[in-house]
Design a protein around this ligand. Structure first.
Ligand code: ADP
Ligand code: MG
Length: 251
């Protein structure tokens, strides 16, 4: 099999013209690749959790590129043309939006209180660039002007992202996890928009402990433990895997 690319977290192999194979590695990066690390359980947690969510979304009729998982690290997807934007949905204020607000470069979403962890009424969908050196927030007008998607495609993407948010959010809240925000990628194949890449993992979502949040504390169960250097990524990822699936990944 031909290795066609090494991403920040996954190695990508081409199996034929229609399919690609991901190998979910132990690599982790943060701050646009500036901080790097390796954790032995990271690949399989992200591979198996992505599989878990892709299957749920497919059952709900959401079109995805996911085909199958071969083992704890290998996943086959339909090969798509990835759209040049990443889509972010935020339910609570934190991360880069909170940073940008404090620097004076972004307004607060309507109705949002000025504090980290404030709820964003109705959720907030943002787009950032995918194929630039640094992920840069862009307006809907810029996305359309660049011809990166049509207005109709943007509508489909926004609706699908909000549906995915509802599905994940309620499932997680029943298991004591707050879905704070997440990033997803879409691609196109034969003119159709498909959910691609990786979904519902602690690499691409922020998860906070719900009970602690109700008491006013933020306890992070995602890649922020690595970004902030506040905990062991392997432990955190195994814990969240267990909370979400009800199963334990053995060592
Ligand atoms: P990155 O460094 O861009 O985050 P990853 O390590 O996540 O890369 O590797 C996955 C790469 O494969 C990403 O560039 C992603 O956009 C791309 N990709 C994801 N799903 C598909 C797909 N179904 N077909 C083709 N490319 C994909
Ligand atoms: Mg990626």
């Amino acid at each position: 099999m031909k290795l066609i690319d090494k991403g920040k977290a996954k190695d990508i192999y081409e199996t034929d013209d229609h399919e690609i194979l991901f190998y979910y590695t132990k690599r982790v990066t943060a701050f646009d690749g500036l901080k790097k690390g390796e954790f032995s359980n990271k690949g399989r947690v992200c591979c198996r959790l992505s599989e878990f969510w892709f299957k749920r979304f497919q059952e709900e009729g959401i079109p995805t590129a996911f085909l199958e998982c071969m083992d704890d690290h290998r996943m086959i997807q339909q090969k798509v043309e990835i759209l040049p934007v990443e889509v972010i949905l935020r339910n609570y204020l934190t991360g880069s939006l909170w940073k940008r607000y404090n620097k004076g470069t972004a307004p607060l979403p309507p109705g949002t209180e000025e504090r980290e962890g404030a709820m964003i009424p109705g959720g907030y969908v943002e787009f950032t660039t995918k194929f630039e050196e640094i992920d840069r927030p862009i307006t809907r007008a810029e996305v359309l002007d660049n011809g990166w998607m049509t207005r109709e495609e943007m509508g489909i993407i926004e609706d699908t992202t909000r549906r995915i948010n509802s599905l994940m959010r309620y499932y997680l809240e029943e298991r004591g996890i707050l879905l704070v925000d997440f990033k997803i990628e879409y691609g196109k194949r034969d003119g159709k928009i498909l959910l691609a890449d990786e979904v519902g993992t602690p690499d691409v979502c922020r998860f906070w402990d719900l009970e602690e949040f109700k008491k006013g504390n933020i306890v992070r169960l995602d890649k922020d433990v690595f970004r902030r250097g506040t905990g062991d990524l392997d432990d955190t990822y195994l814990t969240i895997y267990n909370k979400i699936t009800g199963e334990k990944l053995g060592n």
